[in-house]
Design a protein around this ligand. Structure first.
Ligand code: GLP
Length: 242
């Protein structure tokens, strides 16, 4: 595990964008595993800026997102497809046909997950996976569990995640209770993994996940075993680590 400590959110975002930019420059047809949540927004802004400056070309890049709420359409402004379009895809020259997010409108979970696994396998896996970190240690929507789920699956979101996500919805009733998420094996098979954690609210879970036991009760902890894992954090999020 490599740790990059940045001064604040903006510096951490630029660091994460540097790593992604290097990947795109070195392998123009790379497969990027992308994340949603508030944390990567600054990283995406930084990538857009570099694209607009003429420093990055996404025309051959493919992307595979981590997760999507079950039941939300791509047009719903809380869906992760909508998020990706708004925060990244609409502003760079990526071919939208090469961008993938689980199909939240597929009611048959087995089909939705099988289709997504096929997309991932057809791409030959992920070159660089960007991750955020849930307050309970979830990555994508892999919630604390008794075992590490391997491939794309449908999850019942925990109350802590529903509560955390409720800030984006008009009322608690509107917060989806289930999601489709890429599995832990798929994330671990990515050639490189970059997890971005910022803010004091993440300090406890950063310490637990990366300096505690490897356990499916803290899904992100398995990243300690990845051969090319980079934790990018700001001073606040990294304040409790030894
Ligand atoms: C959601 C997403 C995760 C994300 C997490 C943290 O649950 N499914 O991929 O990492 O939120 O979000 P934030 O970055 O807003 O703290």
């Amino acid at each position: 595990m490599k740790i990059i400590k940045a001064k604040d959110y903006n510096a951490a975002s630029r660091m994460a964008a540097n790593i992604i930019a290097a990947q795109v420059i070195l392998k123009p047809d790379c497969v990027l595993g992308l994340a949603t949540g508030s944390t990567p927004i600054g990283t995406y802004e930084s990538l857009i800026e570099r694209y607009k400056n003429g420093d990055l070309d996404f025309s051959q890049v493919s992307s595979i997102n981590l997760d999507e709420y079950k039941g939300l359409s791509p047009e719903n402004d809380q869906s992760y497809r909508y998020f990706m379009n708004e925060h990244l895809f609409n502003h760079i020259n990526i071919d939208k046909n090469r961008t993938h997010v689980p199909n939240g409108l597929e009611p048959d979970s087995e089909k939705a997950c099988g289709d997504y696994n096929k997309i991932i396998n057809d791409h030959g896996g992920i070159d660089l996976q960007l991750l955020g970190l849930g307050l309970n240690g979830h990555i994508g929507f892999n919630e604390p569990a008794d075992v590490f789920e391997k491939e794309t699956h449908c999850v019942d979101l925990t109350q802590s995640t529903i509560d955390a996500n409720s800030r984006f919805f008009a009322s608690m009733d509107e917060v989806p209770k289930q999601a489709y998420t890429m599995g832990i094996k798929t994330i671990m098979q990515a050639k490189k993994v970059v997890l971005l954690a910022t803010g004091a609210g993440k300090a406890e879970i950063v310490k637990k996940a990366f300096f505690g036991d490897v356990t499916p009760q803290v899904p992100a902890s398995i990243l300690q075993l990845h051969s090319d894992f980079v934790l990018v954090g700001d001073e606040e999020a990294l304040s409790l680590i030894p």
